[in-house]
Ligand binder design. Structure first.
Ligand code: ADP
Length: 192
């Protein structure tokens, strides 16, 4: 099994690059944002709870997303690796993920962290909001709150993985193809 975390602030390009990476490497894509939006559209109790936080640009509680990832791992026993996108977003989530993977006798191979400036993030998210139908992308105040949540709660997750020498920082500005090439180069160095 080869498991990757694609890390970075909202709007750093994780979703776009995930699509390219899963098709090249045959990984199962686990995006907590997508999983949450799916729960919201089906109006499940989990979705109804999560919606409140997402609408104001805050993180959904750890136990909710950890439970969701745990069942996603259970329902994909055949996967030959996972690409985690938007998870883990707190240290508690990172610790929980390590434990879940340990139970499956596997671990995170590498965290690929996309670095993008704040002004570029806001610009991209507002642009995405014009077509994505995502309400959290249309309001600049909500976007700024998501970036503040990232700075306060998520950014330090990279330090957690750096302790195990698993983090690679990649410039997330440039063309999609250029960034994809750099990501692949880092993966290929580690994949046996
Ligand atoms: P983006 O990275 O563009 O902000 P996502 O689609 O990854 O968007 O997530 C959208 C929202 O869903 C986040 O702003 C947050 O409220 C919630 N969310 C997603 N993943 C997590 C997570 N791992 N922990 C807590 N909240 C999450």
């Amino acid at each position: 099994m080869f498991n990757i975390i694609l890390f970075g602030p909202p709007g750093s390009g994780k979703g776009t690059q995930s699509q390219n990476l899963i098709s090249k490497y045959g990984l199962k894509h686990l995006s907590t944002g997508d999983l949450l939006r799916n729960e919201i559209s089906r109006q499940t109790p989990l979705g109804l709870e999560a919606r409140h936080f997402i609408d104001i640009g805050q993180l959904v509680p750890d136990e909710v997303v950890i439970g969701m990832i745990s069942s996603a791992l259970e329902t994909n026993p055949e996967a030959n690796g996972f690409l985690f996108d938007g998870f883990p977003r707190t240290e508690a989530q990172a610790e929980a993920l390590d434990k879940l993977l340990e139970l499956k006798k596997t671990s995170i191979a590498v965290m690929l962290a996309l670095d993008v400036s704040e002004e570029e993030l806001v610009k991209r998210l507002l642009h995405r909001g014009q077509s994505s139908g995502r309400s959290d992308d249309t309001n600049e105040n909500i976007i700024r709150s998501r970036i503040v949540e990232y700075e306060n709660k998520t950014k330090s997750v990279a330090d957690y993985y750096a302790r195990f020498n698993k983090v690679v920082h990649i410039k997330g500005e440039g063309s999609v193809d250029e960034i994809f090439e750099t990501l692949c180069h880092e993966i290929d160095k580690r994949k046996v």
